[in-house]
Structures are given as C-alpha cells and as structure tokens.
Design a protein around this ligand. Structure first.
Ligand code: AMP
Length: 497
C-alpha cells in the first residue's frame, strides 16, 4: 500500500495525451447479432465515456472492428455500421478521456494478430505502472500503435513464453499494477477479469430467453444487463478470470489468490448510474444514505433543499428526508449540454455550467436554501451555482457535498485533474466556502461515507474501499510515480530530451 504526495500527473506523454481514462466495457458471447447487443449495452454505459466508442466482433473465423469518436448512437445506429460487425461474440468500449490529444488510435477495443491468433481487449481502469512497462517493452523492440496503457497488456501477452493464451494473459497481468476490468476475445472465446483489488466494477449476466437465449454477458454495470434483457448472475470477483467458450461452458480461475479487495468508493458517489447495483448495493440507495449522513453531520437552518442536477439528486432526497426540510427543484438542467467537467479551459467550463443549469427563480426567491452536490473538484460548478442562486434571490446558500473533500488525483481510471487544480488540495474548508461564496459549506465525513455503504466507519488499517481521492491512501504501489524523475527512454516518435 502506498501513500504518496505528488503534484504532477505522471501519465502524460509527449502528445499531451493522458494515458488514463474513465470507461465502460461490455461483452457478449453466444448471441445472434452480438454486435447489436453490444451496441445496446454500450448505450446504457454511455455515462462512463462520451468521447469515443468501439466494437469488435468475431464470426468464428475473423475479427471485425469499428471505432469512432463521439457517442454510441452516432457510430452504431445504422444497418450498414452493424453489418460490418458479424458474429456471435462481440465486445465494446466507451471512452472518456480528458483534455488534450486523443484520437482514433486510442479508441478501444484494441486488436492484435498474435502468433497464437486474434486478441481483442477492452479495458476500464488504469495501469499505474504502464509507462515503466512500456519503456521496458520499447527497449526490447516493441512498436506501439497507441498511447493507451491498455496496449501494454497486448505486448506483454505477445512476448510471454507460456504455451497457452490464458497462461500468457495471466503472465502479462502479473506484471501489471493498478486497476483493470478487462474483456478479452480470442479465437477460443471470451475472458473477463478484474484486478486483484477489484477497483473498477465488472458484472456477469446471462440471457435466458429470446433470440439470444444462452448468451453470457459481461458489463461494467448492471444497467447494461438490464437493457439487453440479461439476468444478473454475479460480479466478477476481484482477481478472478472467467473464461467462456462458444459452447457456453464457463470456467473460473483465481491466479492471484484472494487478496482483500478495495473497490472504488467514487463509483457509489458519482460515477455509476443510480439504477445500477454495485457490490450488492443499490447505488441510488447509497447516495440517498450519504445525503442522510450529511443531514445528521451538518444540518442547516433552511427553507428548502435543492439538488445540483443530476449528480446531487439522490443525496438531496436523502438530506431532505432525514432533515425534514422540503426537497425542491430549484435548478433546472438542460439535457442537451454535455458534461461540463470535460471542457478544456476554465472559461469554457464556466459558460457551459451556465448553459447547463438555470435557476427556478419563482421557487428560490426569498428562500434560505441548502444546495447539494456530489463533489467539488475544481470548484467551478459550485461557484457558478451559488452565484446563480443568489442572483435568483436566495437569501442564504448553504452548500453540502455528498463526498469528503477531493484532495488527491485518481490513478485508477477516474478522471481527476492534477492535484494543483483540486480546490481541496489548495484550501481548507473555510477558504473553499469563501471561494464558492456560500454562507456555509460542509462535506460528508469519510466515516459518514463508509456508513452510507453499510460499514461502521473507515477502518484505517484495512479500509474496505479505494478512497485514495479523499485520503491519499493508494492501495497499490505507484511505480511510475516513484520513477517519474528518472529520464524516460525515448518512446516511439519522440525525441530524446
Ligand atoms: P468542478 O466544477 O470542477 O468542481 O467539478 C465538480 C462537478 O463535476 C460535480 O458537480 C460532479 O458532479 C462532477 N464530477 C466530479 N468528478 C467527476 C469526474 N471524475 N468526471 C466527471 N465529472 C465529475
């Protein structure tokens, strides 16, 4: 376990591409028109990545891939698009990367023809020692096609000396640190696996009726099972590899033993859809409970509770129910503006916050309000929303946040800016209150957050979740961080410094 203090993001390559992204993965084997099922599944995972989408299918002989920038619907809605992807096995990916260069070469699934056959991979998470592994592979002659950390796995599989594909894959994963939920396709079938800490989610389902009866499905979240009519079977366990053949037989392997898992708690706070079940818990119920904890810990003398839509809604309902202060929609959100978070500059972020949210003046005027949002990252949203409430005539604005202060960057696949841009890394709560111009500001405590997910509180010796963004307690070694001062070998296409 490493606890590290740092200011720079270590995974930025010479293009300015960040080698990490938030993503969603989906795979199905044994289904007629597997690619169409996959496109549907990816629709339900669109919130996990809106920058690009891709699907690879296998028809028993050949692999086919189609990738594009933008939403799933923009790339996989036409008959012609789907006709390019025949077969009964397919895997897909939605990607969300941050500012800076990103192109089709990083869009997944990634595919390679290896000596042993085809190998397609879709990855959610982030390999925290990717730069280190990549430099080593390049030194040995590997030629990378992308700047994605996922490609490291392909090269490690390609160069492994084990005889079977599965052993090569396990051999590769033994070298990899960080977070990975993976769906892999080979000529023999599908393999789904989750890193030993189970940082990112992955669930398994089965379709029991209709055209796709008997198909096995893997997805980042249960909402994707719902949309394709699959029943939830179970979560892929942390450190588990599940192999599914074309005849439907399923084998489970545990090559990494059974270490204590550390799933990401931010999936519950923000990232997963509220109608998903994660770790056996309804994400919606957890968010409501976080709101209730907030109300217990940080009450406010106010007339109404207002969520920042959509991310603050369940917590605001919980806050209102616990406190008895009425819940009202004081901010109306336009659904035709993308996430403000991904706008490259603060200026663009600020104007898109304004386009996205509008005050419900008739309700807010003359009221003392409690505003609820899930998190403060840079503070852009909160500042804008507090100002908007004041302009609409709110007499007092009490901001309550349904997560502890975000003080550390994530290196496991959730997009967070570098530490220096995190408001909570630069200021204490009082300074943050002043910055966002609220009358009061409070965050749920880390113990309150753990109580909301059914624990007694956070046990600092063996925390149940990865909460590094709040605590700085990173659950894996961060090899690339400790080595970032070491000059890197020139990578493909880069000049030596
Ligand atoms: P900021 O305006 O930078 O403080 O961002 C806070 C807002 O971004 C909150 O309203 C969250 O709902 C949202 N948010 C928090 N974390 C993320 C993330 N990793 N990706 C996208 N949006 C996020």
């Amino acid at each position: 376990m490493a606890s590290t203090d740092f200011g720079l993001h270590p995974f930025i390559d010479a293009d300015g591409d960040k080698l990490r992204e938030e993503c969603g993965v989906f795979g199905v084997i044994g289904a007629r028109d597997a690619a169409a099922v996959t496109a549907l599944g990816l629709h339900a995972l669109q919130h996990r990545g809106q920058e690009a989408a891709g699907i690879t299918s296998f028809d028993g002989t050949e692999f086919f891939t189609r990738r594009g920038m933008g939403h799933v619907a923009e790339n996989f809605s036409t008959g012609e698009a789907m006709a390019e992807l025949p077969g009964e096995m397919a895997a897909g990916h939605v990607r969300y990367s941050t500012t800076g260069g990103s192109g089709l070469r990083n869009v997944q699934p990634l595919y390679a023809d290896l000596a042993s056959g085809g190998f397609a991979i879709a990855h959610n998470g982030n390999i925290s020692n990717a730069m280190h592994l990549r430099a080593d592979l390049v030194r040995k002659g590997a030629i990378f096609q992308s700047t994605s950390d996922t490609e490291v796995i392909i090269h490690l599989v390609a160069t492994s000396r084990y005889p079977t594909m599965l052993d090569r894959f396990v051999d590769a994963l033994r070298l990899v640190e960080g977070a990975y939920s993976l769906i892999v396709m080979t000529n023999d079938g599908m393999v789904a696996c989750r890193d030993p800490l189970g940082i990112r989610p992955l669930v398994m389902g089965r379709i029991d009726e209709g055209d796709c009866k008997g198909a096995t499905v893997f997805a980042s979240e249960t909402v994707a099972l719902d949309i394709v009519g699959a029943d939830f079977v179970r979560e892929v366990e942390p450190g588990e590899l599940i192999e599914v053949d074309f005849d439907g037989s399923v084998r489970s392997h545990r090559p990494f033993g059974t270490p204590a898992s550390r799933p990401c708690i931010f999936e519950h706070v923000y990232f997963s859809r509220p109608d998903s079940i994660s770790g056996g818990r309804s994400v919606y119920s957890v968010r409501k409970e976080i709101g209730a904890q907030l109300a217990i810990e940080s009450p406010a003398d106010a007339d109404i509770v207002i969520p920042v839509p959509d991310s603050g809604v369940p917590a605001a309902i919980g806050y209102a129910q616990e406190s008895g202060v009425p819940f009202e929609l004081g901010i109306i959100r336009s659904h035709y503006v993308g996430r403000t978070f991904i706008q490259p500059s603060d200026g663009q972020r600020t104007t898109s916050v304004a386009r996205k949210h509008n005050a419900n003046r008739a309700l807010v005027e003359g009221k003392r309000i409690v505003l609820i949002d899930d998190s403060i990252v840079r503070g852009t949203t909160s500042l804008k929303i507090v100002q908007m409430m004041r302009e609409a005539g709110a007499t007092e604005v009490h901001m309550r946040i349904a997560s502890p202060p975000t003080m550390h960057s994530c290196f496991y696949g959730v997009d967070t800016p570098e530490r220096s841009k995190l408001l909570a890394a630069r200021m204490d709560v009082e300074a943050m209150r002043e910055f966002i111009q609220a009358d009061s500001l409070a965050f749920v405590s880390i113990d309150g957050l753990y109580r909301a997910v059914g624990e007694d509180g956070r046990k600092s010796k063996c925390p149940k979740y990865c909460d590094a963004c709040f605590t700085g307690d990173y659950p894996t070694r961060l090899t690339d961080l400790s080595e970032r001062e070491t000059p890197q070998l020139p990578l493909l296409g880069e000049k030596a410094a």
